[in-house]
Ligand binder design. Structure first.
Ligand SMILES: [Zn+2]
Ligand SMILES: [Zn+2]
Length: 381
């Protein structure tokens, strides 16, 4: 702990040799004096000396912060947010001179010039916009490049959850990525990572981009379906994380777009880290190679007694429970199967018998093909 009188001789020694601006001189001592304004301290310490033409350390960068404030204001003009933080890139030569003075005079525990610049920029921006600085979890982060006079802003991602109902066949669930960037986001796709909007993913993305702005939208689905499948009942739940949104809040209501209905749209904290447990009720239209009789169909009921084991090419093995089974014979070679099963059971493979056991073909002792499957309901457990 020092007092003002103790540091005056050191300060005098420094300013005799080096021209320093108020900010840079004040910064060297403000911490040990527990003062918050470097500028005022610097001014006080230089009371009797001549005004400085060019600061040895910063080359008068602190006098030009207004210019960078304007850059920050311009960059953030389309964004709505409450809290922010500032990062800065400055010329290495400035940092070197700052380090040099500190080591020459053995000054320890003081803010670096970079810290001080970001603090000052934060103060200026906050004063102008009434937004608050938050270093731990800001809504938006500025990166001010003082060397090249550029400013970038990234806003923290937001996540929306909802459910979709698909009442007409023909929409794929997922959208193909932009050819040019494989989904990362580039100029061609307007940084969205997709260029078309003709899928469930595309339709939801389009709405989300309209409401919140942003670059890419990353989806977490609770299960999947075919292009030709319907999704009925209360719909399939999904989460979508939007990177760099312009808005962080907006009114969300149920929406119908063509034959896709979006329900329960709301902002949530994040997408689930672990996959959530859910069950699906599925109606499957099946055709068989040999004619089937009701007696063999009855054997399908056994599926509820033991779990279905699914083997993946990767070697992964998982078990899916079947809770309910109903069936209806439609003709000699076709029937409809209704099952309620643990989410994620690959339906087509389950019918034909592709690395899944037990399976429908195996039980009926004839090759079965899935002609169509629709989701009647999806329940989160
Ligand atoms: Zn300076
Ligand atoms: Zn692209």
């Amino acid at each position: 702990m020092s007092n003002f009188q103790q540091i005056v001789p050191i300060a005098n020694k420094i300013i005799k040799k080096y021209d320093l601006c108020d900010y840079c001189l004040g910064r060297l001592f403000s911490k040990q004096l527990h003062l918050s304004s470097n500028k005022l301290l610097g001014k006080k310490l230089k009371k009797n000396s001549n005004p400085v033409e060019k600061c040895y350390i910063c080359k008068n960068l602190f006098d030009n912060l207004g210019h960078f404030l304007k850059l920050m204001l311009d960059t953030s003009s389309n964004y709505t947010f409450k809290t922010f933080s500032v990062g800065a890139m400055i010329k290495p030569s400035i940092v070197d001179r700052d380090d040099f003075i500190r080591s020459q005079y053995k000054l320890k525990g003081i803010d670096s010039i970079k810290t001080d610049i970001t603090k000052e920029l934060g103060k200026l921006y906050s004063r102008k916009t009434k937004r608050k600085t938050d270093h731990i979890d800001p809504d938006a982060t500025f990166t001010v490049n003082l060397k090249e006079e550029l400013c970038q802003l990234r806003s923290k991602s937001i996540t929306v959850s909802g459910r979709y109902v698909k009442s007409k066949r023909g929409y794929p669930q997922k959208q193909q990525s932009c050819d040019n960037c494989s989904g990362k986001g580039c100029r061609i796709c307007d940084f969205h990572g997709i260029t078309e909007f003709d899928s469930i993913e595309g339709v939801i993305s389009k709405l989300i981009f309209k409401k919140f702005g942003g670059t890419t939208a990353k989806f977490t689905w609770m299960g999947g379906e075919d292009k030709s499948s319907l999704v009925l009942g209360s719909g399939r739940p999904f989460f979508v994380k939007i990177q760099n949104p312009l808005k962080r809040k907006t009114k969300l209501s149920d929406t119908v777009i063509d034959s896709i209905k979006l329900y329960n749209l709301k902002l949530v904290l994040e997408s689930p880290k672990k996959s959530l447990k859910f069950s699906s009720t599925i109606r499957i239209k099946i055709s068989t190679e040999s004619p089937i009789d009701s007696k063999s169909l009855k054997k399908l009921k056994d599926l509820t007694t033991t779990p279905v084991i699914v083997y993946e090419k990767s070697g992964k093995r998982s078990e899916k429970k079947v809770f309910e089974i109903k069936y209806k014979k439609n003709s000699k070679n076709t029937f409809t199967l209704m099952i309620k099963a643990e989410g994620g059971l690959p339906i087509k493979r389950f019918v034909i018998g592709d690395n899944i056991t037990p399976n429908v073909s195996q039980i009926l002792e004839t090759l079965c093909m899935c002609e169509e499957f629709d989701f009647l309901d999806i329940e989160v457990q």
